[in-house]
Design a protein around this ligand. Structure first.
Ligand code: GLV
Ligand code: GLV
Length: 323
């Protein structure tokens, strides 16, 4: 029987399947585990199941010799030192696919909410400020025929592009290489600056890496056409939040829809008072269906890795797997 350390309870019954096979320690819900607290929590465990705000640094791999797999309950794995995992012989797994539609839906909820001023309208009705239909009440932005610019045409980017076609948008994207999407006419733009200069709506779907940290900085925000809408459902650190606030304050942008923040859960105070932004609490994958499927996938990944097999959705393949 192997020992599995789980940093927080997961939705659904997936962990019960692990308990049938192994000894499972589940930490009660609490603040993220970081630094030495993570090392002591993992201790002699063979597997770690963790959340996206938990940090799995190199010292965890060095000081927890039994650890064979880190199963992240997220598609993003920027909270794990991937190179240390690889060289230490530890699998890192994530939860792609099962959250793609949920996250793409939420990106679209933000696009529509900003373009059509849903938050402002909701606030107006609740506060009693709605006094009847008016020709120019809360005019928003039409999306049809406009350019939806996607950075990162992975699974989620492609799902956002497919929905964009349904809304009559033209799709253009940037990434490391062209990634054709079935049934979608999408233009690959190799030069990011050129894409930004044409973006009516910019939606971010790249992973957070050394290359994408603060990719959307003051200079690049300055390239966006007047009135452009910026939507981020990827990782907050992909955007320079201070620069975004300044761009919004200058009146250059049409608004922003954010599900993620640079210093999560802290949100830049310059965003909180603005009516042209829609702010969500990192709920991209938060449907009952997606979160239950993510838990099942995490469990399948742990079971496979501990059986000496390749996990279902590895994010990092170890140089030489620990046994
Ligand atoms: C959520 O942000 C995820 O990476 O799954
Ligand atoms: C994640 O699932 C992605 O590839 O976008």
């Amino acid at each position: 029987m192997a020992e599995i350390a789980v940093t927080a309870p997961l939705p659904g019954d997936a962990l019960a399947r692990l308990e049938e096979l192994h000894t499972v320690r589940v930490r009660p819900a609490g603040p993220p585990l970081v630094g030495r607290d993570m090392v002591s929590f993992v201790g002699g465990a063979d597997a770690l199941v963790c959340l996206l705000a938990d940090r799995v640094a190199a010292e965890v791999f060095a000081l927890c010799p039994n650890l064979k797999v880190v199963a992240n309950y997220a598609v993003g794995v920027n909270n794990v030192d991937l190179e240390a995992a690889r060289t230490s012989g530890v699998w890192v797994t994530n939860t792609p696919d099962v959250l793609t539609d949920a996250t793409a839906d939420l990106a679209w909820a933000l696009i529509l909410a900003v373009a059509r001023r849903i938050g402002e309208g909701d606030g107006m009705v609740r506060s009693g400020a709605f006094t009847g239909w008016q020709p120019a009440l809360l005019l928003g932005t039409g999306l049809q025929g406009k350019i939806l610019a996607i950075i990162g045409m992975g699974r989620i980017g492609a799902a956002v592009a497919r929905r964009g076609v349904g809304f009559g948008m033209r799709i253009a994207y940037h990434g490391r290489a062209p990634r054709p999407v079935d049934g979608v006419e999408a233009e690959f733009v190799a030069d990011l600056d050129e894409l930004l200069a044409r973006a009516d709506v910019l939606s971010l779907h790249c992973p957070l890496t050394a290359q994408t940290r603060r990719l959307i900085d003051a200079r690049r925000l300055g390239l966006l056409p007047a009135g452009a809408i910026v939507v981020n459902t990827s990782r907050g650190e992909v955007v320079d939040e201070e620069a975004l606030v300044r761009a919004l304050e200058s009146g250059a942008l049409g608004g922003a829809g954010l599900d993620v923040y640079e210093r999560e859960p802290v949100v830049h105070p310059g965003l909180l008072g603005r009516s042209d932004v829609v702010l969500l609490p990192h709920i991209g994958s938060a449907t009952r269906e997606a979160r239950a499927a993510m838990a099942e996938l995490v469990v399948d990944n742990v079971i496979a890795a501990l059986a000496g097999d390749q996990p279902i959705t590895p994010a990092v393949r170890p140089l030489v797997p620990r046994s």
